[in-house]
Design a binder for this molecule. Sequence first.
Ligand SMILES: Cc1cc2nc3c(=O)[nH]c(=O)nc-3n(C[C@H](O)[C@H](O)[C@H](O)COP(=O)(O)OP(=O)(O)OC[C@H]3O[C@@H](n4cnc5c(N)ncnc54)[C@H](O)[C@@H]3O)c2cc1C
Length: 480
Amino acid sequence: MRPVILWFRRDLRLSDNPALAAALKAQCPVLPVYVLDETPGIRPLGSASRWWLDKSLQALHADLLKRGSRLILRRGVAADIIADLVRETGSAEVLFNAVFDPAVENRDRDMAGRLSQISCETRRFNGGHLLGSDTPQTKAGGSYSVFTPYWRAARAQVEIGLHLPAPDALPSPQAWPVSEALETWTLHPTGPDWSAGFSDWSPGEATAARHLTDFVDLALGTYGQDRDVPAIEGTSRLSPHLHFGEISPKACWRAAVSAAHRNSVPEAQVEKFLAELGWREFNTQIASRHTSLESRNFNPAFDSFPWREDPTLFTAWTRGETGYPIVDAGMRQLWKTGWMHNRVRMVVASFLTKHLLLDWRLGEQWFWDTLVDADPASNPGNWQWVAGSGADAAPYFRIFSPMAQGERFDPAGRYVQKWVPELRHLPAKLIHKPWLAPREVLMRAGVRLGSNYPHPVVDHEVARKRALEAYADLRTGQLT
Ligand SMILES: Cc1cc2nc3c(=O)[nH]c(=O)nc-3n(C[C@H](O)[C@H](O)[C@H](O)COP(=O)(O)OP(=O)(O)OC[C@H]3O[C@@H](n4cnc5c(N)ncnc54)[C@H](O)[C@@H]3O)c2cc1C
């Protein structure tokens, strides 16, 4: 019997996997494959994501071995690799879950055409999203660019369906094609390898499922309030698991909704969480119709925006040495752990684009390289949202004050104490603005501004005024 190729992409799991379910239904030998894609025009993974991928592939391979199967690894231009494998193995079909990214979808369409010439069919499924390509349309027949009406329409359209359990076994082919060794892919960061602090993460399907259960049991009930507090684990931290498809958004949806049905979690909290999954869908549908979202302003009025160039300030931002404690704490959390709390992502992104007037693309690229959840839709989508150039963007006059954000969302200063330990002995009321602390207080806390902690790299009021002026010019059309 001719085998079928099950091409894993951003769906590194065995449960709730429609492509896998279809492969089993075909009752043929199944060849699970992962390709480290080098197709020109498809954004290569950033360094932190490569670290995650390494561990996630190990977990998937182990899960397949337990079921009498294995994962074939190949590296190169994916369509060529898959066509080679089809020829080598005589496969009749290639099954995969869609990635709603224009470059990937074009590649998949071309590949399908090529494969049909060698008598191999392709079938694609939606395994990674709540809606897939059935995204809602406005009354005028267009796509939504504003989240609230989008989500109202989308939420009504979501069909979760039944859970697809992981199979006990996968039928194997008589002979396995050669696989590359994962170690030869050198997926850990080099020069330098800063991944030591990522060890709290445990990539893979089993951990993702445990994580979801813990979140629903322990944090979902207070999600609405706690999700903005970076010092506590008030959010799910499922983003890298969701990005790599170790868990499906439908599984998250089911778990949250069933907690509401059991009355163990108030419905409003569940709805808030579902709406965040909605933002993931929203960003995906924006990116799927706006190519190169990581380099092209969604709003072309921003094409002439006068971004400044200042590599020294950019470096201070990346290193968490801006002199604004909440910004520095976030940037250091990102570097150490590969993840940053959502509230703080907004603050650091606003600081880069508005206080420093540096191009959002620089920040997006830094996040792309350092986030374990770096996502080609959500990362540029959120960056453009904060910068003001995106769909449903934050209004231009919203310039977060790092001090006010810190005082509001980290009132006891615990988040700053953790990530900026040189400030940990400052009293809470000064920890977000150490430059206002009297000399004796600084001395007692061991803080030497300009020596062991920087002075602010820009003055807040001056920077705010400058940003408002630049953005006002944009609004009045003076930048053409
Ligand atoms: C500048 C900036 C860049 C970002 N880059 C990314 C990125 O590359 N990848 C990424 O997954 N998220 C990104 N986000 C969104 C958000 O910060 C993360 O999804 C969230 O912090 C992940 O933590 P969590 O899993 O605990 O979230 P939870 O609060 O538990 O939310 C559950 C899930 O909903 C989704 N979600 C939540 N908020 C958003 C959002 N604003 N946009 C899209 N999806 C969302 C995520 O998949 C998340 O795992 C970015 C936000 C900002 C402001």
